[in-house]
Design a binder for this molecule. Structure first.
Ligand code: FAS
Ligand code: PHB
Length: 389
């Protein structure tokens, strides 16, 4: 079989890239290791930058998001159980949208089903061949049968643990990483969100975040030591710890509910350069990971997709290779700024094991300054709603 672009991974990166390329008349095939149910069961991101919202709208994927998403004009921060609001839209000129990544992925699958895109679920042993040459191909096994797809280009949308980044020779790939000594224990509960907007809480016991999916579905996180297992956190322990870390009035108003998902996400900052090697491109988590503190992971995947779609569409339309040649540098310029923001917010809001009393005071002073300075709030808001593409 032959297509123009083979995409590895049917997460948001792979599905959105395939959707945009199809609309530009580029023929794709998507190879996904898991079954669709598994992909859709993952609870991931919750906040969309406004650029992501516009990208989805322009791609004809915005209908349900408009109906069911929630536009947030601001967000709360707190220290020592006392909160303050940052008016994002007033300071940065744009709001954000709360609409879960799971919903975005569902909307993408509906669009692909309607269009008849070739998405192979259960594609095992995906292997990339000749990516450094002019005639790459991919092999995999489906239902016990070995298969091959030849293509002009291969795009790795296969996440942090995928196969594509590992295809780039170690002599070519340069990696940058910081692993944080803590993770996020997240719960999804059938309960009314404690606040109409998100609350990012710094506390000497550790970070906490109050988010939501809709009026009856809340998403909460507490910082836990690295390697912690969800089983160590019965619901009662989680609710009690969350209450101790968030603003007093929120702790008072908190409604608990049936917990329908509980998981621990490790936190790391990671960037691989370059994001192109011959006929192979890396997109999204395959190339970079950010701690979810700044809500950037999914949104960076979207900007990578926009850049690569533009580049490949120009190649097939005009045989113009400018975009392809410039993809990695252009994507990395935006990625590194978001990596900085996510690292900075994580450093300000989390407790680090070796921290001293002085370090804690520095964090509290930074939040006090943020509360009192419009300039500081504007800088945060500009990054949070999303830097320009
Ligand atoms: P994804 O990892 O979503 O998708 C990659 C796909 O490739 C998967 O479906 C995988 O099955 C498939 N794949 C992997 N290897 C393969 C192979 N060899 N062959 C074929 N297919 C293969 N971001 C936020 O902004 N906020 C959050 O709260 C947040 N929480 C997160 C929690 C967790 C546990 C994780 C892991 C990430 C979280 N993220 C969060 C980041 C997340 O949203 C990612 O940025 C987003 O999923 C990136 O999308 P993709 O690049 O498509 O990668
Ligand atoms: C979420 O709702 O899952 C969420 C929101 C904001 C973040 C991280 C996660 O920064």
């Amino acid at each position: 079989m032959r297509v123009q672009v083979v995409i590895i991974g049917a997460g948001p990166s792979g599905l959105l890239l395939a959707h945009l390329l199809r609309r530009s008349g580029v023929e794709t095939a998507v190879l996904e290791r898991r079954q669709r149910g598994h992909v859709l069961a993952r609870i991931r991101a919750g906040v969309l930058e406004w650029g992501t919202v516009e990208t989805l709208r322009e791609a004809g994927l915005g209908a349900r998001m408009e109906r069911e998403g929630h536009v947030h004009e601001g967000t709360y921060f707190s220290a020592r159980n006392r909160g303050f609001r940052i008016p994002l839209a007033v300071l940065a000129g744009r709001p954000v949208m709360v609409y879960g990544q799971t919903e975005v992925t569902k909307d993408l699958y509906v669009a692909h089903d309607d269009a008849g895109t070739l998405i192979v679920d259960g594609a095992e042993g995906v292997t990339i061949h000749e990516a450094g040459g002019a005639a790459p191909f991919v092999t995999y096994v489906k239902d016990g049968v070995g298969r091959r797809i030849d293509a002009d280009f291969v795009v790795g949308c296969d996440g942090f643990h995928g196969v594509s980044r590992r295809t780039i020779p170690a002599t070519v790939l340069k990696e940058y990483e910081r692993v944080y000594p803590f993770g996020w224990l997240g719960v999804l509960s059938e309960s009314k969100p404690v606040s109409g907007e998100l609350i990012y809480a710094q506390h000497e016991r550790g970070f906490a975040l109050c988010s939501m999916r809709n009026e009856g579905l809340s998403r909460y996180y507490v910082q836990v030591p690295a390697g912690e297992e969800p089983e160590a956190w019965p619901d009662a322990r989680f609710w009690s710890e969350l209450r101790r870390r968030i603003p007093a009035e929120a702790a008072e108003a908190l409604e608990t509910g049936r917990v329908i998902e509980k998981s621990v996400a490790p936190l790391r900052s990671y960037v691989a350069e370059p994001m192109r090697w011959g006929r192979l491109f890396l997109v999204g988590d395959a190339a970079h990971i950010v701690p979810p503190t700044g809500a950037k992971g999914l949104n960076l995947a979207v900007s990578d997709v926009r850049y690569l779609h533009e580049a490949l569409a120009a190649f097939y339309r005009d045989r113009d290779e400018t975009g392809i040649e410039g993809y990695s540098a252009r994507a990395l310029a935006r990625i590194w700024k978001a990596v900085r923001f996510s690292w900075s917010l994580t450093t300000m809001l989390h407790r680090f094991p070796e921290q001293t009393a002085f370090d804690l005071r520095m964090q509290e002073a930074e939040l006090d300054w943020l509360e009192g300075s419009e300039a500081a709030q504007r800088a945060l808001a500009e990054n949070y709603v999303g830097l320009p593409y």
